[in-house]
Design a protein around this ligand. Sequence first.
Ligand code: ATP
Ligand code: ZN
Length: 297
Amino acid sequence: MRENVRLKLAIQKSGRLADDCRDLLEQCGIKFTKSKDQLFCQAQNFPLDLFFVRDDDIPAFVASSVCQIGIVGRNVLSEEMISSPNQKLKSVKEIMALGFGKCRLSLAVPHSFAYEGVCSLEGKTIATSYEGLLSEFLKQNNVNAEIVDMRGAVEIAPRVGMADAICDLVSTGSTLAVNGLKEVEVIFRSEASLIRNENISSKLVEILDRLLLRIKGVQQAGASKYIMLHAPAAALDDIRKVIPGSDSPTVLALQGRNDKVAIHAVCNEGIFWETMEDLRSRGATDILVVPIEKMLN
Ligand code: ATP
Ligand code: ZN
């Protein structure tokens, strides 16, 4: 009988990371159907089980081995590590930054606050949901301030007189602006991260390695482009120098032409209009830049 070993992954049920997590799995070719209120589902074509939970619960799910891996904001993991006495969290490790869910944990004050540096916060009250990360920051900066622990809507605290300042997650800054606040200090930078429990059986490590290879492939493909162009044979060396992030392009003969060749290359970085203009000025024509869907090195 075939052994049914499956890796368990905890992801956010709904919220800012949920869609990106599902998109990532789809790009990895992992198929699953989830109905709206489902908490668990099995991938159809990969030995992976998905648990849909609140993001705050993901570190504990992985720490207790209910799931061996999870996707969570580094802000949530670090806050749990600092503020939770749970020894099991020590077995949780970050393995890969995923490039989405980017945000920063920042201190912000009302526009009327004469902020001159962290020392301006001495003796003030600061509202936050990130008591652990904030107290560490204050300790490192020798500032004594009172922390008001709030679960949500932290940005309204100064307006209603609950606090002088706030410490909250920011991505675009528009929520701060709407609430008459200015960002004065970034204390932590975050993005979604793949985490794992250190104690995983070798069979599950094999599945995890396969998954990691696919995620890396997706990330590389996203950052890379395939470029095709025609170049005067005489300008080949000159043009090769300009193609970004590609050491050994493919050079192909063009039928019936001795004076021109076709160059194809995978560029491991973006290609800007300026680069294309530069290539053109060196004699390149018919320049095509196309996205790469998958990549396995
Ligand atoms: P849950 O219901 O799962 O507890 P939540 O309300 O705590 O969700 P979300 O607001 O969905 O959490 O945010 C999830 C994660 O998205 C954050 O922990 C953070 O890592 C990331 N994130 C990215 N940008 C922002 C932002 N501007 N504000 C808040 N979180 C952000
Ligand atoms: Zn949450």
